[in-house]
Write a new protein. Sequence first.
Length: 179
Amino acid sequence: MKKIKVVLCCMILCMNLGGCMKRGDRISKWIGSEQDMSDQIMEEIVTALDARDADALKEQFSEEALGEATDLDQQIADLMNFYQGKKQSFEGDASSDTLTKYGEDVEKSFIGYYTLVTDKETYQVMYDYKVIDKKNRDKEGMYQLELVTQEIYNKQVEENGTYRWIASDEGSGVYMKGE
């Protein structure tokens, strides 16, 4: 009888520990998938920039942002002239905001912060992108994109302790800052 109790306790303990491990695996996959989503958004931005494909970049913007932005076509053309070189690498991450109802994501957005290195320049990149909006699909897509040369970024951080992104004050559109 004593052996049965010991074996039963061991089995319960193993199942509980296994259950915790599975929960941990799910959490790390969830975090990993958000990083993958963020990196994919950045990859699509960089691919459009490298190809000098203004239409591909514009297609990433939400319908709402297209209506709000002032002369987005000109902003994108200016960005294509501003962007120098071809991607060598990028690294960064995004903060996310998710609204869930009954276990389902109904809204999810990312604000990404990346360092983008090309063969000619290094940039700091910020994007604001709504991935999911089940109530209003016109809100899905990018709202803001900003590129800043590393020199300008470093200078402002050195002077002020932080960098103040232009887009945070300006609304939907494309922004850039360099020397």
